[in-house]
Design a protein. Structure first.
Length: 364
């Protein structure tokens, strides 16, 4: 199959399922080779040297939300955490443990952490908004504000080390919506080039308690989003502002996908994984029904990352297989017709190399 570029997002979703799977596997292999190259390695190190703040993004499983793509940020800089509706609770045992560990590790490296707390909506049609919040943008925003309070309680409200920032994402324009400390809201889709030039003073006004280094490291993300919005407005992309996902991705380690609107990505954070799996399957089934994607198949792809060979990798294999079984069981029970079109894949991924290894009997 001919290699397709990231700009062919809507075309990829129209391919026969066999070709979509071939594209998927080739995409990861291509990404791993690029990630491991000397040039990419040096570019990441240079970016971190210039912008040392670690950036974590808490966001919805919605395939239209790709912050790296929407901000022209190199892959691997923004670390995503995904859950239905961008709903998170630091009381969730696994999520709270991972967040605490991540921030402490970053701090030991002498770096600060910026946490983007994301909700999303569509300005053109409420029902292109977030199904995880029943298309209620006010409720989604309130959920993000509640999560910010939790993060303040956990990491400190003076924000010297960790800065949680409530940040909307408007999917028609792929625009970031910043919520300032004083209640001011900044919609990047409403800005012009002069506004971008004065962004340093704007950030200082919106976030007077934000450490200066975090402000400097947030700037290229906002500038990248501004230029991405300009590009989007020159394009015709009717499919990209509605769902046309054909894959359900369970687990962590999907940065290699880096193509909008192909997969609904569900992280392993919530103690209750069944509801987001059900919602994701219903979206894919609806995509088939509305002929936004072919009805010849969907993919359930589970990935578990590991840091070390041996026990850590073996544990990742067990986790990936479990997630595939768990997701497939829910789809078979709740969507028996859709389950007949189900292609199941499991894999483990090395954090250090981004190399993905498919597990035996990965396809059902």
């Amino acid at each position: 199959m001919a290699q397709r570029s990231d700009s062919d997002s809507s075309l990829i979703s129209q391919l026969p399922i066999k070709e979509r799977i071939e594209w998927l596997i080739a995409r990861e292999r291509q990404f791993a080779l690029s990630y491991q190259s000397a040039e990419s390695y040096l570019a990441r190190n240079l970016y971190h040297a210039k912008h040392p703040t670690a950036v974590l993004a808490l966001k919805c499983m919605d395939g239209r939300l790709n912050l790296a793509l929407a901000t022209n940020t190199p892959v691997g800089i923004i670390e995503p955490f995904r859950s239905i509706g961008g709903r998170f609770d630091l009381g969730w045992p696994y999520f709270g443990e991972v967040m605490s560990g991540e921030v402490q590790q970053i701090t030991r490296q002498g770096r600060r952490t910026l946490i983007l707390i994301n909700y999303h909506y569509s300005k053109g049609d409420r029902y292109r908004g977030c199904a995880g919040w029943n298309y209620d943008t006010d409720a989604a925003r309130a959920g993000a504000i509640t999560l910010k309070r939790q993060l303040d309680e956990m990491f400190g409200a003076h924000h010297e080390t960790v800065y949680p920032l409530v940040c909307g994402f408007e999917t028609d324009d792929d625009a970031l919506i910043l919520h300032g400390q004083n209640g001011e809201v900044l919609d990047l889709s409403a800005l012009d080039s002069e506004d971008i030039d004065s962004m340093p003073s704007t950030l200082a006004r919106l976030y007077p308690d934000m450490p200066y280094m975090i402000q400097l490291d947030l700037l290229p993300i906002l500038q990248g989003n501004f230029h991405h919005i300009e590009k989007i407005r020159r394009m015709s992309r009717p499919l990209d502002i509605v769902h046309h996902e054909w894959m359900m991705a369970l687990g962590r380690g999907f940065s290699w996908l880096h193509t909008a609107n192909q997969a609904l990505i569900i992280g392993p954070w919530s103690p209750e994984l069944a509801p987001p799996i059900h919602t994701a399957a219903s979206i894919i089934q609806d995509n088939m029904k509305e002929k936004r994607i072919p009805d010849d198949g969907m993919v359930l792809f589970s990935v578990a990352p590991y840091s070390e060979f041996g026990v850590d990798r073996a544990r990742a294999e067990q986790k990936a297989r479990f997630l595939s079984r768990f997701g497939a069981d829910i789809i078979r029970t709740d969507f028996p017709d859709l389950s007949k079109k189900l292609h199941i894949w499991s894999a483990v991924l090395s954090w250090s190399t981004m190399q993905m290894d498919l597990l035996e009997n990965g396809q059902a």
